[in-house]
Design a protein around this ligand. Structure first.
Ligand SMILES: *Cc1c(COP(=O)(O)O)cnc(C)c1O
Ligand code: SF4
Length: 354
């Protein structure tokens, strides 16, 4: 399939309230977003055709992710435009280098869909556009000078909003600078715009191995036949695929739903990698799950899921200290001979010190 088919899907993306499917009966809060003056300057409505088709049955989990509400107008004092403090770790425009061995490059500010809880809304759909030739050559020099960087994450925005040529230019430049570098391509497109996964694209990504595709899927309803087909094509092309899920109130803050999501991903040959506590982005309080309740859900998942299906639960520390994994600990005590461990069955067991 040619590039033109996903480009025409982009052209058919819903960006105006009048374009939403008729069967979606907007609530007062949803309608208020579109009519209130506070809407100005906020992340706009963007729903691609494949998502609109899935939303047609007034599906709450999809609707909450992609249809804005007036709740977005409420910003709490501790919500920050840059909740992860990325700007403090940015040696070059678009490059975030917080960990010595990994760097993250914001290759474009465009996405196929606008997620209402976006933690990078300060950048998304702004005035940056795609990375320029000058910016890319500065990144190439930076990578050449920083041999500690083993992985480069292409993010944004959505990395696959770039055309194949632009994507190849970035991958080639980074490989010239650092022949051994491992890529991660962060994208929602295989799921929200499955037509983006063309034979040309999978060949291009495969030709730049080692390259990992990093998805974001938050609810099993996103994995319809089209999306599943696209994920199958990535796996068939020999591309390792992992997924990051954001824990979102009213979308997936339920062990049952997440169990279904993670087992479905494993069946589609996608490894659940992270489950993130929501970041403190402006106007996202209505998506936040209390941290202790989140840990309860994680403990329940841990009992139900295999190691393969279970992601790492992590929180990005507000302000820029990075991600930390959080887990209900099985190490519950210590005595002179060793340690007390609590098994999944709730019983205590002993493990020796040496
Ligand atoms: C999340 C993140 C990474 C990748 O971290 P992993 O734990 O290796 O997935 C790298 N750089 C930045 C700035 C990040 O936010
Ligand atoms: S795809 Fe990512 S960057 Fe784009 S709106 Fe969604 S969360 Fe934000």
């Amino acid at each position: 399939m040619a590039e033109s088919s996903w480009r025409s899907d982009l052209a058919r993306t819903i960006t105006d309230v009048s374009g939403l499917p008729d069967c979606l009966d907007l609530t007062d809060d949803e309608r208020r977003f579109f009519t209130a003056p506070e809407t100005h300057g906020r992340l706009s409505l963007k729903v691609p055709p494949a998502v609109a088709r899935r939303m047609a049955d007034t599906d709450t989990p999809l609707r909450r992710q992609f249809i804005p509400t007036a709740a977005e107008f409420e910003t709490l004092p501790y919500e920050l435009a840059d909740p992860l403090g990325e700007e403090h770790h940015s040696p070059l425009p678009r490059l975030i280098h917080r960990h010595p061995d990994r760097a993250l490059l914001l290759v474009t500010d465009q996405c196929a869909v606008h997620c209402r809880y976006c933690f990078r809304s300060r950048f998304t759909d702004g005035s940056h556009g795609a990375i320029s030739t000058e910016e890319l050559s500065a990144v190439e020099s930076y990578l050449a000078a920083h041999s500690g960087v083993r992985e480069l994450i292409l993010s944004g925005g959505d990395a696959l909003m770039l055309g194949d040529g632009a994507l190849a230019d970035i991958l080639d430049a980074a490989r010239r600078a650092r022949p051994g570098i491992v890529f991660r391509v962060a994208t929602r497109m295989p799921v929200v715009m499955p037509l983006r996964v063309t034979t040309e694209l999978t060949r291009l990504l495969r030709a730049h191995a080692p390259l990992w595709v990093v998805l974001q899927v938050n609810h099993p309803n996103e994995l319809d036949a089209e999306a599943s087909h696209a994920l199958g094509a990535l796996a068939d092309a020999g591309l390792p695929v992992i997924n990051q899920t954001v824990l979102l109130a009213g979308v997936n803050d339920d062990a049952e739903v997440l169990e279904e999501l993670f087992t479905a991903l494993v069946r589609l040959r996608v490894k659940p990698y992270y489950l993130f506590q929501g970041d403190l982005a402006p106007g996202t309080a209505h998506f936040r799950v209390n941290l202790e309740r989140a840990l309860g859900i994680v403990a329940e998942l841990r009992r139900r899921l295999s190691g393969l299906a279970m992601p790492v639960f992590a929180v990005d520390i507000p302000g820029g200290a990075g991600k930390v994994p959080l887990e209900p600990s099985a190490l519950v005590g210590e005595d002179e001979n060793g340690y007390q461990l609590r098994a999944d069955n709730g019983e205590m067991y002993h493990y020796p010190r040496e």
